[in-house]
Design a protein around this ligand. Sequence first.
Ligand SMILES: Nc1ncnc2c1ncn2[C@@H]1O[C@H](COP(=O)(O)OP(=O)(O)OP(=O)(O)O)[C@@H](O)[C@H]1O
Ligand SMILES: [Mg+2]
Length: 224
Amino acid sequence: MIIARDLYRIYTMGQVKVHALNGVSVEIRSGEFIGVVGPSGSGKSTLLHLLGLLDRPTSGEIEIDGIDTRTLSDEQRADFRLRRLGYVFQEYALVPELTVFENVILPFMAREEPPERSRDQVMEILEIIGLGQRTNHLQSELSGGEQQRVAIARAIAGRPSILFADEPCANLDTENSRVILDLLAGINKEMGQTIVMVSHEDWHREYFERIIQLRDGKRVDEGA
Ligand SMILES: Nc1ncnc2c1ncn2[C@@H]1O[C@H](COP(=O)(O)OP(=O)(O)OP(=O)(O)O)[C@@H](O)[C@H]1O
Ligand SMILES: [Mg+2]
């Protein structure tokens, strides 16, 4: 569960101050599939980065699973991200020299988890995601949609508390976008995975259980 209160994020670029978020509060319950929508520049990515502990608010507080994230040291934040949060971005960010299997097992190695069990979990998630037959392929041998599925497998294999996705379909055609959205919806339903996904495609809304809508760094949906 995420509870964020009164988040502000002001970027300072020389003399110019950009008010990217202007007092946004959100509550995201465990197991929800949330869409963050709004026009370009409305603060969607900024909000996702703050909630995902990839950036810090100028002011405001963020509590995740009962932990006040302001109390975490840099090292504790990094550890928290590695163990509890998963990320998918519009660029798939796979390591090109590594196979599908190796890419997905990477975070397990970073967490120093036992190799045998990690292997089993990686194979299980690759099966679920429909890439059980592609484990030895390199990124260059996969389609865009398949690459994004590997990135999703990597993000969720360790069963993070929350999966953050920033426009994961931006580089995909409609057909492949549907495959990814159906997959995320399935993971949400069957694994109870909490998902917070940024999108600016209207047709994606049918997938979301609830929507956080931003405009000019403020919430403009009903829950605001
Ligand atoms: N690192 C940065 N430094 C300065 N300004 C930034 C930075 N990142 C974002 N901004 C500005 O903050 C505002 C919100 O940006 P953000 O990336 O959150 O928007 P967005 O809703 O994700 O847009 P898009 O749909 O185009 O991805 C924009 O005006 C943007 O130019
Ligand atoms: Mg963005």
